[in-house]
Design a protein around this ligand. Structure first.
Ligand code: ADP
Length: 319
């Protein structure tokens, strides 16, 4: 393989830039040309493709977002769109593609692989919901952003003796809520993977106030429902002064943590290694700190699960 491409797609995540940098530098190290495909799959279809040099990825390892831009592209869900993409790749002589993104982007990479074009998926999403890897690029940074917010909210919650509901991202996956709730000492954590019982939540709040607690923090993953509605229900049921904070898109931005930069560097470089070994159709990951790769055609069939032990621990430590 003498020419490869790289794109970022779907929701951006901090560390995508570090992954792009690793792909470019690793490829050039092995005398392989690299082409950046801008704006995800829509740029692929439209032919927004440029050759990248060593200097093209200078000064981005510490930056959030993605230098290659990202997009959502409904057309790529059609076979016509996918074939147009392959045509563009062939036009530029590109023989393999690294796709950095979440599960939607992996679906695109899977389709390209099914059409016979070798792709390697690199997990880039703050949701930490890609099977076959313990961590996705961006999760650690988002987690630290949420923790920073929880710590600040805790100061005001304590001063005013209020209950706070904090809504965090996670439509289908509760990892960000669970990890931030555990690290932030939240009293209650609501995640999409576990049904909640309002009576139990109210009993826990009452138990806290009975033993003299003046404030509480409740973390709600957005997939469970609206934090605003939830806060209203708590206030109505308890008369506790309740405030709601929806953290929103600040969770997507910011300079990636050292962990995410290292993870992105390792996974980006590994994706190139696999392509150069002729192993397309893989999805890279890290499990127990070892680099792993799985079949991209099958990886999305495995449902993402949360760590039940950690969920149980969060309950035990917040009594
Ligand atoms: P993420 O990668 O963050 O999960 P999305 O779910 O929005 O983000 O997916 C990103 C893009 O991946 C979509 O806009 C689309 O271009 C492509 N994609 C998603 N699902 C499919 C599919 N079933 N087939 C082909 N491409 C898809």
């Amino acid at each position: 393989m003498k020419k490869i491409g790289v794109l970022t797609s779907g929701g951006d995540s901090p560390g995508m830039n570090a992954a792009v940098r690793a792909v470019v530098r690793k490829a050039i190290y092995h005398d392989v040309e690299v082409f950046g495909i801008y704006h995800g799959y829509s740029g692929l279809i439209a032919g927004h493709i440029e050759k990248l040099e060593l200097g093209s990825v200078g000064d981005i390892i510490h930056r959030g977002g993605t230098k290659l831009y990202t997009a959502r592209c409904p057309e790529f869900k059609t076979v016509e769109g996918q074939l147009k993409g392959i045509e563009q790749l062939k036009k530029h002589g590109i023989e393999g593609l690294v796709v950095i993104g979440g599960d939607g982007s992996y679906m695109g990479a899977k389709k390209l692989t099914e059409h016979g074009f070798p792709c390697v998926g690199v997990p880039g999403t703050i949701d930490n919901d890609i099977p076959g890897t313990d961590f996705t690029i961006g999760f650690d940074t988002a987690l630290n952003t949420v923790i920073d917010a929880i710590d600040k909210i805790r100061d005001t919650a304590t001063s005013h003796e209020r209950t706070y509901v904090i809504e965090v991202m996670g439509r289908h996956a509760g990892d960000l809520a669970l990890w931030s709730g555990l690290a932030g000492g939240a009293e209650t954590i609501l995640i999409p993977e576990v049904d909640y019982d309002m009576e139990d939540i109210l009993a826990r709040l009452k138990h806290g106030t009975d033993r003299g607690k003046k404030h509480s923090i409740i973390i709600v993953a957005e997939g469970v429902g609206s934090g605003v509605d939830f806060g209203r229900r708590i206030e109505e049921a308890t008369n506790l002064e309740t405030r709601v904070s929806v953290l929103g898109h600040i969770q997507r931005g910011g300079s990636p943590t050292a962990f995410d930069r290292v993870l992105a560097s390792r996974l980006g470089a590994y994706a190139v290694e696999l392509l150069l070994e002729g192993k397309g159709g893989r999805a890279v990951g890290i499990q127990s700190n070892k680099l792993t790769n799985n079949d991209i055609l099958e990886i999305l069939d495995t449902p993402h699960t949360i760590d039940q032990n950690m969920y149980q621990l969060s309950k035990e430590l917040s009594i």
